[in-house]
Design a protein. Sequence first.
Length: 246
Amino acid sequence: FLVNPVLALTQSKEAMQRMADLTENGLFRSFDLIAHYDEAEAAKVIEAEDIVDHYEDMLGTYLIKVTGGELNHEQTLEVSLYLHTVSDFERVSDHSVNIQEAAKEIWEKKVQFSDAALDELRVMDAALRRIVGMTFEAFEKGDLELASKVEPLEECIDMLCQTAKLNHVARLQSQLCTLQQGFVFNDLIGNFERVADHCSNIAVALVELHADSFDTHEYLSDIKSRQNSDFQRLYEQYSQEYAFMS
């Protein structure tokens, strides 16, 4: 079916969607494991990541072959979108396994977090589910309006993660938290940050596709520099919606 570009792209889009669904399901399972670890659910996270890895390998090879065919301008841009984003979906899946491993450590070592740390994890969990859901839905539907709302939420999540790190250091200094708690807490935050980053990459690629450009740096600089823009309004809205208790 490589001879038929329309069929080839339909096949590619369906495979990308299956990959995205597996990635989202695996990630949300890993989030659930942080509070309630279960070996069977953990195995599903690992299995999903293995399948996503396979999809990335197959799609990467296939899409390169598709680019060698006779594509019109719109088809070329669509292939570019898939090539730009397939690794981001795979990396999100990798982070789901990292989070699952951190959850296993919490369970095995019976790590107990402070109330403040639990609140921070709860807020970041909610914000991450939101950004992943928005990003993956925007990708599936080609929804540019929804995609444009991802970057301000990524900025909000980045600030949440930085604040959580500072709060964690303060708890360590006040001996409200142990080093063992600290290592796994920081591990989780690091993975949270990277998941949000990959969501931003996917959303930006989608927007840039329709702008007929993949100058990601220019796009991000532009939307962040606008005063009183939709970006700032959404950032403030998200910051109020996803706020720590103290």
